[in-house]
Design a protein around this ligand. Structure first.
Ligand SMILES: Nc1nc2c(c(=O)[nH]1)N=C([C@H](O)[C@H](O)COP(=O)(O)OP(=O)(O)OP(=O)(O)O)CN2
Length: 118
């Protein structure tokens, strides 16, 4: 069974590898939405795949590292595209959440990157 939980963080960034004429080469901000999906067995006693509270706790470190930051200053996010952010989050969460099956990072409500480790 699949379950998912959404998180939000606010951050600034610029995309340093784009030409100066591109608007995203300038510093700007986004209200990022992150969706973490888990795929696992339903525990017949708890009725949970994973307790959402445990997922929230696992995500706390990500929020602490990214919320209200300039993402370019975060180690490993020197080029903070949605694609690079989703891989960065995946690599940090996978150690704690073995049932994680995919992560989505929404830069706007219409644009997102999704990663499942491949
Ligand atoms: N494949 C990707 N393309 C772009 C990314 C990205 O991470 N991956 N990022 C950007 C910029 O960060 C840009 O800010 C996003 O701009 P946009 O989608 O246009 O969103 P806005 O809210 O700024 O757009 P408006 O239409 O001006 O409201 C660009 N491309």
């Amino acid at each position: 069974m699949k379950i998912s939980q959404a998180f939000k963080f606010e951050a600034a960034h610029r995309l340093p590898n784009l030409p100066p004429t591109h608007k995203c080469s300038r510093v700007h901000g986004h209200s990022y939405r992150v969706e973490v999906q888990l795929d696992g067995r339903l525990d017949p006693v708890t009725g949970f795949v994973v307790d959402f509270s445990d997922l929230e706790e696992a995500f706390l470190g990500i929020i602490k590292a990214l919320d209200h930051r300039c993402l370019n200053e975060v180690e490993g996010l020197e080029n903070p595209t949605a694609e690079n952010i989703v891989v960065w989050i995946w690599e940090r969460l996978k150690r704690k959440l073995h049932q994680m099956s995919s992560v989505r990072v929404y830069e706007t409500s219409d644009c997102w990157a999704e990663y499942d480790g491949r």
